[in-house]
Design a protein around this ligand. Structure first.
Ligand SMILES: Cc1ncc(COP(=O)(O)O)c(C=O)c1O
Length: 395
């Protein structure tokens, strides 16, 4: 390392002193049977977004094998310059059909989709309104757009209304929100947001990353569950969580998708994903549509666990989904709890700032349809036992 980089040593020491230094672990097993092997230890896995247990599903793996034989691997360039593959096209059509929208556009990741969406819709002179707990990709999209940014308190539609009113002189207006918040597991007040969007003529973007595949009667997400699909201008989704694959997408009208395809720099200047990955996503999409019991299982396991945690006095921050935070507060305490759980055979990551606000470090428990009743029972027993230990008890 050159002397010019010596400052990094000081910064890393500072992070360590604040309990904020992250160390990468190595995952040595595919996510199968609700388990994961991390750094040589087999653990029941409560740290993954593979909510429906599709990440190692044979049907996805077979699709990749089959179609990489047919289509090759790398896409060779951005879809706009190089053409999108037939499987990309098919996936976009099937996503649009599933989501009941006119069109869909596939991005390499959900992060790229969010950044691309926001930066295509607003710019200098415009205003964007963002929930304070939105995902980093929406936040970065807002920052990159050049629009004036108005952050409203979490799920607080009165605050949003005030901000919309105050920014009535702005050009285009855009409200952006996660539907299920990734570190809280609570759901945005989509009905009220749609109402405000209508009242103030603001566009409404909903990021369904953690909801699509899990929530809603047909698994389309929170917009379906809360019956607001037709009132939302565009939805963003990811294939990397419940769908067990990789990639992001935007759904909306034909014109909107055409505009984004012409404007989103994360689409125009980035290589398309390998087509074989789209083949895996197509297989996952079929499973999601055919296998409702999978999503019911995960929703029910989450509900039982949440009930027990709340009964023990833990703060689960308004979670009502398969993501259950256990708010701890102090960074070191969150890490100690995560370590203790690991010693007892469970992987539950400690989430610290900047992923969550200061003083709100937490354990993030995510449920999967793959968890067996035995694993869930042992986990509930373990948390019950830990809640009686002074260092870990809810305060
Ligand atoms: C709410 C939300 N939106 C978008 C993303 C980005 O999706 P991807 O992992 O496909 O890039 C994430 C990922 O964690 C997320 O939590």
């Amino acid at each position: 390392m050159t002397k010019r980089l010596n400052w990094i040593t000081d910064e890393l020491d500072a992070l360590s002193g604040q309990g904020l230094l992250r160390e990468l672990q190595t995952r040595e097993s595919p996510p199968v049977g609700g388990m994961v092997q991390l750094d040589g230890v087999a653990l029941v896995n409560f740290g993954s977004n593979d909510y429906l247990g599709l990440a190692a599903d044979e049907r996805l793996i077979d699709a990749v094998k089959h179609f990489s034989g047919q289509c090759g691997w790398g896409a060779g360039g951005s879809s706009l310059v190089n053409g999108r593959g037939t499987l990309h096209r098919r996936l976009e059509k099937e996503i649009a059909q599933f989501k009941k929208t006119e069109a869909a556009l596939l991005f390499p990741t959900g992060f790229a989709a969010n950044v691309g969406a926001v930066t295509s819709l607003v710019g200098r002179g415009d205003a964007v309104f963002s929930d304070e707990l939105n995902h980093a990709s929406l936040i970065d999209g807002c920052r990159l757009s050049g629009a004036s940014i108005h952050v409203y308190r979490h799920r607080d539609t009165s605050h949003l209304a005030e901000l919309l009113q105050a920014a009535s002189g702005a050009g285009r207006r855009l409200i952006v929100t996660d539907s299920v918040f990734s570190m809280n597991g609570d759901v945005a007040p989509l009905d009220a947001l749609a109402e405000l969007a209508e009242q103030y003529e603001a566009m409404l973007l909903v990021d369904e990353a953690h909801a699509c595949g899990v929530l809603g009667h047909c698994g389309r997400g929170a917009c379906e569950q809360l019956a607001v699909e037709s009132r939302v201008d565009l939805q963003v989704g990811t294939l990397s969580k419940a769908f067990g694959s990789l990639g992001g997408y935007i759904t909306g009208s034909n014109e909107l998708i055409q505009w984004i395809c012409n404007r989103a720099r994360t689409y125009m200047f980035s290589t398309a994903q390998p087509e074989a990955i789209s083949a895996a996503s197509l297989a996952a999409l079929e499973i999601v549509q055919a296998d409702a019991p999978r999503r019911l299982r995960v929703v029910e396991s989450a509900s039982r666990l949440r009930q027990i945690l709340n009964g023990l006095g833990f703060n689960t921050a308004g979670s009502s989904t398969q993501i259950i935070p256990l708010i701890v507060g102090d960074n070191d305490r969150a890490v100690a709890m995560s370590r203790e759980l690991r010693n007892r055979g469970f992987y539950v990551p400690a989430i610290r700032p900047p992923a969550v606000p200061n003083h709100l470090a937490r354990l993030r428990i995510s449920l999967s349809s793959q968890h067996t009743e035995d694993q869930l029972q042992r986990f509930r027993d373990c948390l019950t036992a830990m809640s009686a230990v002074k260092d870990f008890s809810p305060r």
